[in-house]
Design a protein around this ligand. Structure first.
Ligand SMILES: Cc1cc2nc3c(=O)[nH]c(=O)nc-3n(C[C@H](O)[C@H](O)[C@H](O)COP(=O)(O)OP(=O)(O)OC[C@H]3O[C@@H](n4cnc5c(N)ncnc54)[C@H](O)[C@@H]3O)c2cc1C
Length: 475
């Protein structure tokens, strides 16, 4: 069957891939002229890449790793040492590490925490360990119950000293959802900690060897098109058209460059758009249904991704770093961490600015000026004296609404991939799956949407037959 999918982010593309595997013919319709949504990247006039986000792949991403395997591109993941590295607050330019030894979980995580004496005292570590016990013993149901608390509230409830939050969890909460511990749901941190502690390589990190658009999204497009599917850029969904019984009649695509709008019809329909445009796009009769109405409880959080090129190497660290500074969250010197961005002589720092609420409307110049103040703290040795490092150029990429803001209580608002409408499904990192708003969550949501659809409508023909490869029609 022909399945129209709105949105060529990781959810839409993975959904299309798994629909091909199930014998269906997906046609992905993407609003922009670039693949990838929140992993989209662009090349500037010098041939340098800049991205929507600094993206880290974790060992605890089974569906993403499986996808790389199925696409035959596993060698594109550049795995780093199994460590978490934090900037030291008191001594600028120095680092504190959690190094995970090569032994089974959870012992490797416990050893990593116990061996780090820079950030937490023994008493703080013991109190934190005791506080975590219910999550370890009672597992996922406890983790879900804690969605009623913010992380700050949960730490207090568990009698964990406030310093633990300041030392470790401001950085982690900013990295996970671009907000602070007093805003983020305890479920988010507990989910991540559970994965990191229960899986030996759960917190091991990899960088892609180039831009996600070329190195991950394009292989997905090739896979889809080789099997009779299609991915169209510059095809913005303007309206979801309904039949009298509220099933989907078609997707109305906005005509570009003076062209008229066009109605696109298929047998089945999927939205793989982010939650914010989906809410706007839903026709009134659907909005009145409980399953769609609850989407009003979800909203994308602002974040800013920065790229700064310098005239020299600022560090040789080949890893993700937690800045622990006011403005910045995680960062990496991509000239060390990513093969395609490699440069032996000059650093390209990619940094995430979060929370970004107060900065999202600021000028690029103001953002860079504030960022440079923090970078000087992070690399003081390169910014003192007469021969200070020079900023050669920069790119600022703002995403006013990125992943859903995971404040307490949001789990109840996340919809299933199956909707009350018989020919309409949802994919997207915000839909209900256990990996929250992340690349893994997006891939899993796409896979779940494809699986659910294929169960409801098993394909009758193989994707390699001429019937299945017929062109999508515009009415
Ligand atoms: C700065 C930043 C850093 C991040 N870091 C990490 C990380 O380290 N690790 C991690 O796992 N995750 C990270 N993420 C999150 C991750 O990028 C997302 O969770 C994931 O990519 C979302 O995929 P998606 O397909 O659900 O949504 P999206 O990527 O948003 O895709 C939705 C697509 O729908 C399209 N669309 C919208 N409206 C229409 C329309 N009207 N018609 C047609 N198409 C439309 C959009 O253009 C887009 O291409 C980060 C995100 C950001 C912004």
């Amino acid at each position: 069957m022909r399945v129209a999918i709105a949105g060529a982010g990781l959810a839409g593309l993975s959904c299309a891939k798994y629909l091909c595997d199930a014998g269906h013919t997906p046609i992905v319709l993407e609003r922009r002229d670039v693949l990838g949504g929140k992993v989209a990247a662009w090349k500037d006039e010098d041939g340098d890449w800049y991205e929507t986000g600094l993206h880290i792949f974790f060992g605890a991403y089974p569906n993403m790793l499986q996808l790389f395997k199925e696409l035959g591109i596993e060698d594109r993941l550049q795995w780093k040492e199994h460590s978490m590295i934090f900037n030291q607050l008191e001594t600028p330019g120095t680092y504190s590490r959690f190094d995970f030894p090569d032994i089974p979980a959870p012992v490797n995580g416990i050893v990593a925490i116990l061996r780090n004496n820079d950030m937490l005292t023994w008493e703080e570590k013991i109190k934190f360990g005791l506080g975590l016990l219910p999550a370890i013993v009672r597992g996922q149901s406890y983790v879900e119950d804690m969605d009623q608390y913010s992380w700050s509230e949960w730490l207090e409830k568990q009698n964990i000293p406030a310093r633990v939050e300041k030392e470790v969890f401001i950085a982690m909460s900013k990295a996970l959802n671009f907000i602070n511990p007093d805003e983020i749901s305890a479920t988010i941190l507990l989910t991540a900690l559970n994965r990191f502690l229960q899986e030996k390589n759960g917190s091991k990190m990899a960088f892609l060897d180039g831009s996600p658009t070329e190195r991950l999204c394009q292989p997905l497009v090739d896979y889809i098109t080789e099997r009779g599917g299609e991915v169209r850029l510059n095809a913005p969904l303007k309206e979801i058209l309904l039949n009298d019984d509220n099933t989907v009649k078609g997707f109305l695509l906005r005509g570009l460059n003076g062209e008229p709008d066009q109605e696109f019809t298929a047998d089945l329909y999927i939205s793989a758009m982010p939650v914010d445009p989906l809410k706007v796009m839903l026709p009134k009769p659907l909005r009145q249904l409980e399953e769609f109405n609850k989407l009003e409880g979800l909203e994308g959080v602002p974040v800013i991704n920065l790229h700064l090129w310098f005239d020299r190497k600022l560090t040789d660290i080949d890893h993700l770093l937690f800045s622990r500074s006011d403005l910045l969250s995680v960062y990496a010197d991509m000239s060390n961490t990513c093969k395609e961005y490699a440069d032996p002589n000059r650093s390209m720092l990619e940094l995430v600015l979060a929370p970004a609420q107060d900065w999202i409307t600021a000028s690029d110049e103001a953002i860079i000026e504030a960022t440079m103040k923090e970078i000087k703290q992070l690399f003081p040795q390169h910014f003192t004296g007469e021969n200070a490092a020079k900023l050669l150029k920069y790119h600022v990429v703002k995403t006013p609404r990125s992943v859903y803001k995971a404040t307490p209580g949001r789990q109840a608002y996340r919809p299933s991939q199956k909707t009350p409408i018989a020919n309409f499904y949802l994919a997207g990192d915000f839909t209900m799956q256990k990996y929250l708003g992340s690349m893994e969550g997006a891939v899993l949501s796409g896979k779940l949407a494809a699986q659910t659809l294929a169960q409801d409508y098993p394909a009758k023909i193989s994707p390699s037959t001429p019937e299945a490869t017929k062109e999508a029609s515009l009415v």
